[in-house]
Design a protein around this ligand. Structure first.
Ligand code: ARG
Length: 261
């Protein structure tokens, strides 16, 4: 995770960002701190990446890489405003001794890559359409040695895979079908017949932008309906308020890069 101490909405690269809406940075830091404490309280170890002035989106740490089986496939940002974040993530992984594979293709890390470890022996789901480019899907497959399934995103409000779909345990996912092309919806139905299905309201509340340890599902507190659906499916929803960070177009998952050994 990376603190929002330099968070701002200074440019608009997704439909949620409005440079005329004021951001309360202190509140953003408080809310982000609560998220960090929540993860620690659930027994998870949180490593911090040092925030950098001039990189206002750096709080969305999920975009800096994608880690599977101890190997990191590095990010290469689409927008120039975020390009410099990639080096900070790279340095973090190198310093910690992770195997790092530098990308040549445009991809925004866990923003567009999800991993379902026990589905079909370990499956990578990958989004394209707005940020990550299709050649990066093949590059990730070669880097990580796991099958990559390409899914096409069609709604600009859900510009990253992680605002439309999330793994909720080792075998299953939750997603909002309307964010995907008809063909990609079919692929998801075939792969995950028992998926939890979210609707437009759940997605608009950033409910899909969640992290799960298989039992506890940490999600945006606005997504009350989705929390109910997850509870009915046997999970424990853990709501966290992240209203300030929604102004940048992100929530829980965007703030967290998962380190998978
Ligand atoms: N303002 C950031 C951007 O548009 C938000 C990134 C959100 N991160 C995510 N993993 N979806 O790039």
């Amino acid at each position: 995770m990376c603190s929002p101490e330099y968070f701002a909405v200074e440019y608009a690269i997704n439909p949620w960002m409005d440079v005329t809406t004021p951001v309360d940075r202190d509140l953003a830091v408080k809310q982000w701190d609560r998220l960090r404490e929540t993860l620690v309280g659930l027994g998870h170890e949180v490593h911090l990446l040092t925030a950098e002035q001039g990189l206002p989106d750096m709080v969305y740490a999920a975009n800096g890489g994608f880690v599977v089986d101890g190997t990191v496939y590095g990010a290469r940002f689409k927008h120039e405003q975020r390009a410099a974040e990639a080096a900070a993530h790279h340095a973090f992984y190198e310093a910690q001794g992770w195997r790092f594979i530098a990308p040549s293709e445009t991809n925004e890390g866990e923003g567009d890559f999800a991993y379902v470890p026990e589905a079909h022996g370990g499956l990578i789901l990958a989004g394209h359409g707005f940020r990550t480019e299709i050649p990066a899907h093949a590059e990730a497959q070669e880097a990580l040695g796991r099958p990559v399934v390409s899914l096409r995103l069609i709604d600009p409000r859900f510009y990253h895979l992680d605002v439309a779909l999330a793994a909720i345990d080792d075998t299953n996912v939750v997603y909002f079908p309307g964010a995907f092309s008809a063909a990609s919806q079919r692929v998801l139905t075939q792969l995950f017949p028992d998926a939890v299905i979210a609707d437009d309201e759940d997605a608009m509340a950033f409910g899909l932008n969640l992290v799960s340890d298989g039992a506890n599902v940490v999600l945006n507190s606005e997504a009350t309906r989705l929390a109910g659906k997850l509870k009915a499916a046997g999970y424990t929803p853990v709501p966290v308020e992240l209203a300030e960070l929604k102004k940048g177009g992100g929530s829980v998952k965007c703030c967290i890069a998962e380190l998978r050994h």
